[in-house]
Write a protein that binds this ligand. Structure first.
Ligand code: AP5
Length: 218
C-alpha cells in the first residue's frame, strides 16, 4: 500500500504512522524525522534546513523532493510506504506523482486527518520528544513511565524547538496557506479519505484499519 498521511501539525500523523507501520509492515517515511536527523548529524541538508524548521517555515522544495524520491526507490519499500509530512504543497504533490509514475507506482490512498486548531495546539504544547531516538510522548495523552525520560532509550524528553507557541502559530498558518489546498487536489483525483484526527490514538487506529479494509488494502 502506498499512502500519504495529510493533516495539520499535531494531528497525530506520526503517531499513527508508527503503529500502522508496525502492524502492517509498511515503511514509515517522515520528512520531518529525516530532516531532524540531518540537522542532528550536521549534514549539508541539515544545515540548509535548520533555520526554516526552527521558524516553522517549509524547507525548500528541492531538498525534500530529492530526499523522498531517493527514499522511495530503496529496497525496504517492498510492501509500500506511508508518507508522513510530504507532500506539503502543490509542487511537491506534482513531483511525487511524476516520481511514482517513473517507477510504475501510484498512490492508493491519501488519508486526511481532519483536526481542529485547538486540538493541534494542545497536542503540540504537550508533546515531548526524545533527544536521542526522537520518540514522541505527550505529558497527558501519552506520558512516559518516568517523567522527562524516554521509555525506549532512557534519553531526555524535551519540547521540540518548533513546538513553542509562536512557532506553532506559524506552522498552522503555513499549513493553511500552502498545504490545505492538497485536500482538494486529492479529492479531485478520487484518492482522499477523511478521518477525525481529534479521536484518541486507539479509536483513530481502529477507524483507519476499517478504512484500509474497505479499500481492500488489507
Ligand atoms: P513535521 O515533523 O512533519 O511536523 P508536522 O507536520 O508539523 O507534524 P508534527 O510532527 O508536528 O505532528 P503529527 O501530526 O505527526 O503529530 P504527532 O503524531 O507527533 O515537520 C517539521 C518541519 O520540517 C516543518 O515545519 C518543515 O520546516 C519541515 N518539513 C517537513 N516536511 C517538509 C516538507 N515536505 N516540505 C518542506 N518542509 C518540510 O502527535 C503530536 C502529539 O500529540 C504527540 O505528543 C502525541 O503523543 C500526541 N498524540 C498523537 N495522536 C494523538 C491522539 N490521537 N490523541 C491524543 N494525543 C495524540
Amino acid at each position: 500500500m502506498n499512502i500519504v498521511l495529510l493533516g495539520p501539525p499535531g494531528a497525530g500523523k506520526g503517531t499513527q504512522a508508527k503503529v500502522l507501520s508496525q502492524e502492517f509492515g509498511v515503511l514509515h517515511v517522515s520528512t520531518g524525522d529525516m530532516l531532524r536527523d540531518a540537522v542532528k548529524r550536521g549534514t549539508s541538508v541539515g544545515k540548509s534546513a535548520k533555520t526554516y524548521m526552527d521558524n516553522g517555515e517549509l524547507v525548500p522544495d528541492d531538498l525534500v523532493i530529492n530526499m523522498v524520491s531517493e527514499r522511495i526507490l530503496q529496497k525496504d519499500v517492498k510492501r509500500g510506504f506511508l508518507l508522513d509530512g510530504f507532500p506539503r504543497n502543490k509542487t511537491q504533490a506534482l513531483e511525487l506523482d511524476d516520481a511514482l509514475t517513473r517507477i510504475g507506482k501510484s498512490l492508493d490512498l491519501v488519508l486526511y486527518f481532519k483536526t481542529s486548531p485547538e486540538v493541534s495546539i494542545e497536542r503540540l504544547s504537550g508533546r515531548r520528544a526524545c533527544t536521542e531516538c526522537g520518540a514522541n510522548f505527550h505529558i497527558r495523552n501519552m506520558p512516559p513511565r518516568k517523567e522527562g525520560i524516554c521509555d525506549h532509550c532512557g534519553g531526555s524528553l524535551v519540547l521540540r524547538n518548533d513546538d513553542t507557541p509562536e512557532t506553532v502559530k506559524r506552522r498552522l498558518s503555513v499549513y493553511e496557506n500552502e498545504t490545505e489546498s492538497l485536500i482538494e487536489y486529492y479529492k479531485q483525483k478520487g484518492t482522499l479519505r477523511e478521518v477525525s484526527g481529534n479521536l484518541d490514538v486507539k479509536k483513530l487506529f481502529t477507524k483507519i484499519k476499517g478504512l484500509f479494509l474497505e479499500e481492500r488494502l488489507l
